[in-house]
Design a protein around this ligand. Sequence first.
Ligand SMILES: O=C(CO)[C@H](O)[C@H](O)COP(=O)(O)O
Length: 230
Amino acid sequence: MSSDMEAHKRTAARRAADMVKSGMVVGLGTGSTATYMIERLGERVAEGLHIVGIPTSEDSARKAKKAGIPLTDFSAHRQLDIAIDGADEVQRGPLHLIKGLGGALLREKIVAQASKIFVVIVDGSKPVDHLGERAPVPVEVIPFGWECTAERLSACGAKGVKPRTDRDGNLFVSDNGNMILDCTFGPIEDPEDLARQIDAIVGVVEHGMFLNMASEVLVATEQGVERWEP
Ligand SMILES: O=C(CO)[C@H](O)[C@H](O)COP(=O)(O)O
C-alpha cells in the first residue's frame, strides 16, 4: 500500500467525518479507510461533538471505544442519520459498490440500509467501469452445507468460488458466525440480475454488492476530493 494511497484514504475519511453534526446517530464502517474516519470522529468528540455510533463490526466497535465515541445499537435507534464506510469497488453512475473484503458486509449492509444518508469514502484505486473488474464478490453463507452453496454460486457464473481463510489457513468466521465465499465473476454486466440469482440461493445470508444504496461517494486522489452522487 503506497503512502499516497493511505494519505488519500485519510483525506476522504476526514472529509466525511466533518459532515457529521451534533445529535446524529452515526454508522461506523469497517476497514482501513473507515478507521481514519473513526479516529477523526474521536477527535471531534473530544472537542465537544455529541454523537452516538453504531459500529459495523467488532473491530470497529473496539476502535470507536478507543477513540472515545459513545456506542449504541438498534434496540435504541431504528434509523441512523448517516453511515460512513469504505468500499472495495465503486461503479460511477449508479454508485454500485462491492464491499466486504474486510469480512463485515452483512452488518455494513444492515447499517447502510437503516441510514438516511450513506457516504462512501475511497481512494483513487477503487473506481471501476463494471463491478467485479478487480474484486471478487464476497458472499456470506451459513457454514452448514457451504460446499453445496458454493456449487450454486458457480452455477451463477462465478469462475472461482474460494472459502475465505485467515492468516493461518483456517476458515474465516465472520462476526455473525458465518463463512465468506469470495466469488470471482470478472466484469459484471447486469449486477441487479446477478444479485437476484444469488439472493435466491438457500444458504446465502447476504452478498457484497451494494446496489443503489450510496447517497454519495468521496473519491480522494492527487487532484483532491471528488464528490459523486448517483
Ligand atoms: O467492506 C469493507 C469491509 O468489509 C471495507 O469497507 C472495504 O473492504 C474497504 O476497505 P479499505 O478501506 O481497507 O480499503
